[in-house]
Design a protein around this ligand. Structure first.
Ligand code: C2E
Ligand code: MG
Ligand code: MG
Length: 584
């Protein structure tokens, strides 16, 4: 008999066809009987679920995957009752700790009699694409350097926080932080160090927060914070203190210890703004003020926007005065009463406004103090005066002491000593040629802080004077303790010296007191020869006033020095200059 191949009947042909499809299908498909035992599985099922080439046929699905969650088992059961099931992206936590993200469909299959014989699962393991999606999402919402939320996510969260706070009648706070002089670190130590520093800052900030808060980096050295649920401004101020303290600790980057100070502007919902944009804008305005004042953090106050118009015009003009070159310095010589030589010059600020002309310091210095503009102005005055003094030395004039007035607020500026040090380094002036004039009131305000600041400045080699002495209130015991070098008698006591017995007695007493404390005495506002003679008789050390010279622009001051030198060279004896040498 010929060996004729048996033709396959219909059912077998179908089964063969299914086997063929299953062995080539580029998808994870498995077929189960009613006891959830494998009937068939595609090669892709093996690879996607990392099952290798072990045989699955006849084995229970729940034995192969002991970690199948109950709700999936329930789904299988429903399917066996005839339902079709679909699951969208679900995590499948495996006992080895890995998580597979799965999405799929399950359908029942029926035998030739039309009875349900089990189920077929079509699964897609989407872990990788899901990871990619998450990375993209994270990149769109976070700052790649610090991994903190970026501005977009910050604003989203702030919007949500505002909605939540208004619904529950709660307060929230927005903080805007900016590192002081980060640009300098970036420029001098390089961007790598700058980046590492920002990462450390981000970590420290995150360490100060609770789970309800958000810290974000807007870019550069700007960070923002949402304090989700706060009960008072005091609570917020305490948190600001904590943040400042955390960031003030030295930060080790590579082999360097970096010290950084920070300024924080704060706005609060609902008082400072009803929406996220206003809150952020007002926190930024407060930050600007914190920077000017140099005192760490500032709350937003609405007067920042609603000042009286004239004052605002003055303030705005003053803000721009430095950039527009409207500020200048005049120098008033100080003369030694014994030698007749110029031993010092006081730098006095002048504001030449294009419309208003010369605005006197008595008008703009108090405004600058009030608005905080005094901080950048003082730095400008100091730098300009030191530069000028160094230039005179370079031009061959004997070194004289240059005096700069420090307002109360500048004196309290946290980084005063480092600012002054920076100016020395930039201008090349030696510290012993600088004298800082302080007022009695600013010295006596916070004696402990004053002692520390004066100690620091004194250690740098700077001379320290007390200005307008007699107009304020000084404690003698503190005067003794502070490392001062000079006491300047206020002009008001000098004015009537010739006629007023009381003034004469006061001036005598001040000179004696100063000398007993080993302080040099400078008399201010000396206008007449009579006054000068009186002061010389009382052993006053130096005089400053119109008698000798008004404050002069730098070039006129240099001419004054030249005239002085010429007259002293011709007489060989240092004398008080004749009235012809006076600059009226
Ligand atoms: P001050 O520090 O006591 O400066 C002395 C003031 O007396 C100067 O006024 C000077 O021009 C004036 N003066 C000097 N000799 C005579 C005189 O013989 N007769 C009269 N009548 N006045 C004389 P100025 O330049 O108008 O400055 C006024 C005040 O403004 C200064 O008093 C000082 O407190 C403040 N100031 C000036 N520049 C600055 C600055 O750069 N920073 C700060 N914080 N304050 C400054
Ligand atoms: Mg002065
Ligand atoms: Mg004075």
């Amino acid at each position: 008999m010929m060996d004729v191949p048996m033709p396959l009947d219909g059912a077998e042909r179908l089964a063969e066809l299914i086997r063929l499809l299953m062995s080539h299908a580029p998808a994870a498909i498995a077929m189960f009987d009613l006891d959830m035992r494998y009937v068939m599985a595609t090669p892709r099922w093996h690879t996607d679920f990392r099952l290798g080439d072990q045989s699955l046929i006849g084995r229970s699905h729940y034995e192969v995957f002991p970690d199948i969650p109950d709700h999936w088992k329930a789904m299988h059961q429903r399917c066996m009752m005839g339902a079709s099931e679909r699951n969208e992206e679900e995590p499948f936590a495996r006992s080895d700790g890995r998580i597979d993200w799965i999405r799929g469909e399950i359908v029942p299959w029926r035998d030739s009699q039309g009875e349900i014989g089990g189920i077929i699962m079509f699964s897609e393991v989407i872990t990788q694409s899901r990871r990619a999606e998450e990375t993209i999402k994270r990149m769109a919402h976070s700052d790649p350097l610090t991994d903190l939320p970026n501005k977009q996510l910050f604003m989203d969260r702030l919007n949500q926080a505002v909605v939540h706070a208004s619904a529950h009648e709660r307060q929230l706070a927005v903080m805007f932080l900016d590192l002081d002089r980060f640009k300098l670190i970036n420029d001098t130590l390089g961007h790598d160090i700058g980046d590492l520093l920002l990462m450390s800052i981000a970590e420290r900030l995150a360490g100060c927060m609770t789970a309800q808060d958000t810290v974000a980096r807007l870019g550069g050295d700007e960070f923002t914070i949402i304090l989700g649920d706060v009960s008072s401004a005091t609570e917020v101020a305490n948190i600001a203190d904590t943040i400042l303290a955390a960031l003030a600790k030295p930060i080790r980057v590579r082999d360097q210890e970096l010290f950084i100070s920070t300024s924080i502007g704060i706005s609060m919902f609902p008082v400072d703004g009803s929406n996220s944009v206003h809150l952020l804008k007002n926190a930024d305005a407060a930050l600007y003020r914190a920077k000017e004042r140099g005192n760490g953090y500032e709350f937003y106050v609405s007067e920042m926007n609603a000042a009286a118009p004239e004052r605002l015009a003055l303030e705005n003009s003053l803000r721009r005065a430095m950039d527009r070159g409207e500020l200048s310095l005049h120098y008033q010589p100080q003369m030694d009463l014994v030698t007749g030589r110029i031993v010092g010059a006081e730098a006095l600020a002048r504001w030449n406004h294009p419309d208003w002309g010369m605005v006197p310091p008595a008008t703009f210095i108090p405004l600058a103090e009030e608005t905080g503009l005094i901080i950048p102005i003082t730095e400008w005055v100091l730098r300009t005066a030191c530069q000028q003094s160094k230039a005179w030395q370079t031009a061959g004039w004997p070194a004289i002491r240059i005096s700069v007035n420090l307002s109360g607020r500048s004196f309290k500026q946290r980084d005063l000593a480092s600012m002054v040090d920076r100016v020395f380094r930039e201008t090349g002036l030696l510290p012993q040629h600088l004298d800082l004039e302080l007022t009695e009131s600013s010295l006596m305000e916070d004696v402990e802080a004053t002692t520390a600041t004066l100690g620091r400045l004194n250690a740098m080699g700077i001379q320290l004077s007390i200005d307008d002495f007699g107009t304020g209130y000084s404690s003698l015991s503190y005067l003794k303790r502070f490392p001062l070098s000079t006491l300047k008698i206020d002009r008001s006591f000098i004015r009537d010296l010739a006629n007023d017995q009381d003034d004469a007695a006061i001036v005598k007493a001040i000179i004696a007191l100063a000398h007993s404390l080993c302080l040099r005495v400078v008399a201010e506002g000396v206008e007449t020869e009579e006054q000068l003679n009186f002061l010389r008789n009382e052993n006053c050390d130096e005089i400053q006033g119109y008698y000798f010279s008004r404050p002069l622009p730098a070039d006129a001051f240099a001419q004054f020095l030249a005239k002085q030198a010429a007259s002293q060279a011709s007489t060989h004896t240092p004398v008080i200059p004749p009235s012809s040498a006076r600059f009226a």
